[in-house]
Design a protein around this ligand. Structure first.
Ligand SMILES: C[S@@+](CC[C@H](N)C(=O)[O-])C[C@H]1O[C@@H](n2cnc3c(N)ncnc32)[C@H](O)[C@@H]1O
Length: 217
């Protein structure tokens, strides 16, 4: 686990309350835009895991407020939500989700899953962290299992990584580590671990340029 990720987790621990308030603000500022974004993500999640039977075990890594884990649960999957930050763990648990404290770069759950979902988390990983996380996710998946995650596109950034705080509803008052990846880099790392790419999309939003991957073991 890199120093960059450890220090970023410290920031999230200290600002969890602000992060959770920001989620509410985000949904209120422009409710129609938020609903559109949510509908797009929900459609993509449905498709990514469409090969999995109802009741299949899905792990979410870095759940934060637990909204996406709740959606996965509504699809009939047996969902385990997780995070490292206590403020998030308490929130997820309070929503009635099966919850574990789990750092993908350090911990071992001793369990396997049919699907794993990890949204806006790899953005806080160094290249070495991504390599480690991909290997650990691969080991946790059953054969045929799917892994959906996203990274920010390096092509639209001037540097490989930076420490920054975001503005508006993403403002936490503290900088965290952001790293950017090229599609080819992620494809190479995923193939090295043994994954095949089931689906890929370059998703351009108002704030960012995302590379969305669905990998299959
Ligand atoms: C930007 S938030 C995204 C939260 C949520 N997935 C979403 O899309 O709203 C980043 C999340 O990644 C989690 N995270 C960062 N490093 C992690 C690690 N090494 N293992 C597990 N979760 C981590 C943080 O605690 C935080 O909840």
């Amino acid at each position: 686990m890199s120093r960059e990720n450890r220090d970023t987790l410290k920031v999230f621990s200290e600002t969890a309350e602000i992060f959770l308030k920001n989620v509410t603000v985000h949904n209120q500022i422009d409710p129609r835009r938020a609903a559109r974004k949510r509908a797009k993500l929900h459609g993509d999640i449905r498709e990514a895991f469409a090969t999995l039977e109802p009741g299949s075990r899905i792990l979410e890594i870095g759940s934060a407020d637990g909204a996406n884990a709740k959606f996965l649960e509504s699809l009939g999957y047996d969902v385990t939500a997780s995070d490292v930050v206590d403020g998030f763990i308490n929130t997820i648990r309070a929503r009635g989700l099966k919850t574990v404290k789990f750092n993908v770069l350090e911990d071992d759950l001793g369990q396997t899953f049919n699907g794993i979902f990890c949204w806006r988390v790899f953005v806080h990983f160094t290249r070495e962290d991504v390599e480690l996380a991909l290997a650990k996710v691969y080991a946790m998946l059953e054969k045929g299992g799917r892994f959906m995650f996203n990274v920010i596109n390096r092509e639209v950034h001037d540097e490989d990584n930076e420490w920054k705080d975001l503005m508006g509803e993403y403002h936490l008052g503290a900088e965290r580590y952001y790293s950017y990846f090229r599609e080819s880099e992620i494809r190479e790392m995923a193939a090295k671990v043994g994954f095949k790419v089931a689906h890929f999309e370059n998703e351009k939003t108002t704030n960012n340029d995302w590379l969305v991957f669905v990998l299959e073991k």
